[in-house]
Write a protein that binds this ligand. Structure first.
Ligand code: SAM
Ligand code: SF4
Ligand code: FES
Length: 346
């Protein structure tokens, strides 16, 4: 069926929903200036020109899992592995605080070296050092009890992308040891425990269809997360998907805009993957409705070891360099980086 993309854009803005066929047409559309501009207008209504920053601390590149797409997968034996201590993490946080950050994302592979007790110790230490800040964890699938313990220790937010809402597609991205039902259970548990939850997916992961992407949007409607992180799939040479095509920048931008129109309140980052696929990818993401950036606060010495995909940006820069680089980039496209905890505006 032939759809008028501008009319679909207006309808999505007004209704916050479309039929599956209409959503597919919008995801797949070319030259979507009006879609992106409309998403930007909706973002400005809710958030003005503010762009929130989250300081990203990639504290371990060990992982017990073997996702076919990710360079940190257990079977990638060519990767040098590292772990940060609580003291090193606190040092990153102190540097970040002086640079104006008020929220941190502790991200890593699923690394059993960090027991629940140790994670709780780290979270409590961060909250004690900076009670005015929010702590976000992104450390994968855990039990209800573990999530509960982190929450008690002071964790405020959790990022766990659902990756794909389609079971068959999920099976083609992960070995049998990983189950999409468990990931969905985790997201429900996190919501029950009162975390501000972030989910999302890669755009253009191998075998992904337009129908899969529509299912991802439907899944997000059900989950109703506060944060939605998407970015293009990018291949990593030392993974089973090393020879696969990367995701499409324009499809990713369309999806950011669609997400803004469906979830006007959402915190949507312009991701590092977007900045890797195109030198101005993050700026384009902001102009299409994104309102968060996540500069890297990890120590310079370990950054190039957190290689989810090839050619990742910001591996040679200090935290202060990334902060001021992003400041300029954000200003350059007409927005303002804010030192704020950056809560969702429902
Ligand atoms: N281990 C945790 C997890 O999987 O939720 C957190 C870290 S994991 C590296 C964070 C995200 O990186 C994943 O949710 C995935 O979407 C993304 N990612 C992994 N490999 C990627 C690739 N090759 N291209 C783009 N994004 C990738
Ligand atoms: Fe591990 Fe997360 Fe990478 Fe999967 S995506 S291999 S769980 S770090
Ligand atoms: Fe890291 Fe530009 S944001 S160098």
């Amino acid at each position: 069926m032939n759809f008028n993309i501008n009319k679909l854009t207006d309808k999505l803005r007004n209704m916050r929903d479309l039929s599956d066929a209409e959503l597919a047409a919008l995801i797949d559309a070319q030259d979507c200036d009006y879609l992106h501009k409309t998403a930007d207008a909706v973002r400005r209504e809710r958030y003005g020109i503010d762009v929130y920053t989250r300081g990203l601390i990639e504290f371990t590149n060990y992982c017990k899992n073997n996702c076919y797409y990710c360079g940190l997968r257990k079977d990638n034996t060519s990767l040098e592995r590292y772990r940060l201590t609580k003291e090193q993490i606190l040092e990153c946080v102190h540097t970040g605080y002086t640079l104006g950050f008020r929220t941190w994302v502790l991200q890593g592979g699923e690394d059993m070296y960090y027991s629940d007790e140790y994670i709780c110790e780290i979270v409590s230490a961060l909250k004690a050092a900076h009670p005015d800040c929010a702590v976000t964890l992104s450390i994968g699938e855990k039990s209800y009890e573990s999530y509960e313990a982190y929450r008690r220790a002071g964790a405020d937010r959790y990022l766990l992308r659902h990756e794909t809402a389609d079971d068959t597609h999920y099976r083609s991205l992960h070995p049998d040891s990983m189950q999409s039902e468990n990931r969905r259970r985790c997201l429900q548990d996190l919501k029950r425990l009162g975390y501000q939850v972030g989910s999302g997916f890669m755009v253009g992961s191998p075998h992904q269809t337009l129908e899969n992407l529509v299912a991802d949007l439907r899944f997000l409607q059900e989950l109703d997360p506060d944060m939605i992180g998407i970015g293009p799939f990018l291949p990593h040479a030392d993974t089973p998907f090393g020879g696969e095509e990367k995701g499409s920048l324009s499809r990713c931008l369309n999806l950011i805009a669609i997400l803004r129109l469906m979830f006007p309140y959402a915190l949507i980052p312009a991701t590092t993957a977007l900045g890797t696929i195109h030198p101005l990818g993050r700026e384009m993401g902001l102009k299409a409705g994104a309102n968060v950036v996540m500069p890297n606060l990890s120590p310079k010495g370990v950054r190039e070891l957190y290689t989810l995909y090839d050619n990742k940006i910001c591996t040679g820069e200090e935290a202060a360099e990334c902060r001021s680089c992003l400041d300029k980039r954000v200003k350059g496209v007409g927005y303002r980086l804010v030192a704020d905890i950056g809560n969702v505006k429902r």
